[in-house]
Design a protein around this ligand. Structure first.
Ligand SMILES: *Cc1c(COP(=O)(O)O)cnc(C)c1O
Length: 444
């Protein structure tokens, strides 16, 4: 294998500067204070394979956040690499606007067999936020197309996260310092977050009260991920769906984080036993290989957009790289592998194992306030005695120093291993986490 090391320094790069320094000089990292970037134990990856990442110095890290929740089967999966190579020989990308591509058709057909949506139709995009934007616009125009007036707002939950574009940010509940964009966010009807045991009672009441002005309700089914892995009872989510049906309000399930096996079923909505009108998919769709997302619309929604050519019922929305053929080819092979390898059984077994290990080794630690887990979506909430101690940061830095890549959400340490994680690796993650919690919460 050709190593980057010396060759990559060909552009008169002064020798001796580290990769982190070179990175910080030119790359602007998302959700990252660049003035502190280099101090927070960043890993600059040179190569990735299986469940591990290597930096240019040859240090190895277990990827316990699945490269921010996208990697499902690990890195460099031979079958997925082969699917990509095959598609490259047929062309990387052709447009979805008014035209099609065989790879995208095959993917949509395969997805149609498994998504929990009736008579599903797929509008592809690049990122989760774009899939959410599409769902919001589709829900809005649905009522316009039906000639129903006044359905111009949305009901969303407290602590919700739906992405960073302005529409997605509007249905999201701020957090992460995004409140400064409030003047740009459109107002929504807000139910409490999942930490409030009454949140679904309240949401159901709000649906009844505001039905005449609601285009849709948007919810992260079962797990509010970015909020810090807050869990809901699937029966409560089902009650919300029933209220939407009873009051004729569309329901959008944002499964960008929970989709593709993360919670132990292919989609978390399956555990709630209902079929949403719109479903947002992203993150795990291409197994973590390429940027692709999709908004899935039920036949009922889709049919409301049928009409005259160039007429007003058309959805005037579409992204340049929508339905990218390389992404479609790898996503199709991914779906096949999830089934062939019985990945869901591994998620369920490793989840049980992880639950027991956390209860045994992590929950009893005095620095730990709460431990939450559903499938292989986990959060360990640290309980710092004072603000500003940055325990989440320091615990994750201590884990990285011990060869396990973790990234916190505030003081919640996120555990999101690949869905094919082994029993040995689960043990390793918990062993390192326990050490890191002790080391990272030592007085500085
Ligand atoms: C990550 C996430 C998004 C946004 O997806 P991006 O690909 O980062 O734009 C939307 N909704 C949920 C629930 C997510 O976890």
């Amino acid at each position: 294998m050709a190593r980057m090391a010396d060759g990559a320094r060909s552009h008169d790069e002064p020798a001796g500067r580290s990769w982190v320094e070179r990175d910080a000089a030119v790359v602007w990292h998302g959700f990252t204070q660049m003035a502190a970037y280099a101090d927070n134990a960043p890993v600059v990856v040179e190569r990735a394979e299986g469940h591990y990442l290597w930096d240019p110095d040859g240090n190895r890290y277990l990827d316990a956040i699945s490269s921010l929740w996208v990697t499902t089967l690990g890195h460099r999966v031979p079958e997925l690499d082969a699917a990509l190579r095959d598609q490259i020989d047929r062309g990387a990308h052709t447009t979805m606007l008014g035209n099609g591509n065989r790879a995208t058709v095959e993917l949509a057909e395969a997805l149609a067999r498994v998504v929990p949506v009736d008579d599903p139709h797929f509008l592809f995009a690049g990122d989760g936020a774009s899939a959410v934007e599409q769902a919001l616009k589709i829900a809005f125009q649905y009522w316009v197309n039906l000639g129903v007036e006044g359905r111009t707002t949305y009901l969303a939950f407290g602590d919700a996260y739906h992405g960073d574009t302005i529409g997605a940010l509007s249905v999201g509940d701020g957090g992460f310092g995004t409140d400064l964009f409030d003047p740009l966010r459109f107002p929504v009807v807000r139910a409490p977050g999942f930490t409030d045991p009454q949140c679904f009672d309240r949401a159901v009441a709000l649906v009844a009260q505001h039905a005449h002005e609601l285009a849709a309700v948007i919810v992260e089914p079962v797990v509010q991920g970015a909020a810090g892995m807050h869990l809901a009872d699937p029966a409560d989510v089902a009650r919300l769906a029933a209220a939407c049906r009873a009051h004729d309000v569309l329901l959008i399930c944002d499964e960008v984080a929970t989709g593709f096996g993360r919670t132990g079923t292919l989609f978390a909505t399956e555990q709630c036993r209902f079929r949403p009108d719109l479903l947002c998919l992203g993150k795990g769709l291409t197994a973590g290989y390429l940027a692709m997302s999709a908004t899935v619309a039920s036949g009922r929604v889709f049919d409301a957009f049928l009409g005259e050519d160039l007429g007003p019922r058309t959805l005037y929305h579409g992204h340049s790289y929508s339905g990218n053929a390389l992404a479609a080819a790898v996503a199709l092979r991914h779906l096949e592998l999830v089934e062939a390898w019985d990945v869901l059984a591994n998620v369920q077994a490793r989840s049980r194992e992880l639950r027991d290990l956390l209860a045994d080794r992590i929950t009893p630690l005095p620095q730990v306030g709460d431990v939450r887990l559903h499938g292989l979506m986990g959060g360990v909430e640290l309980a710092p005695p004072a603000d500003g101690l940055r325990w989440g940061r320091r615990v994750c830095a201590a884990a990285v120093a011990r060869g396990v890549l973790l990234r916190p959400l505030g003081d919640v340490v996120v555990l999101m291993p690949p869905l094919t994680v082994t029993s040995e690796e689960v043990h390793e993650i918990v062993r390192v986490l326990a050490e890191a919690i002790v080391a990272g919460t030592d007085t500085p």
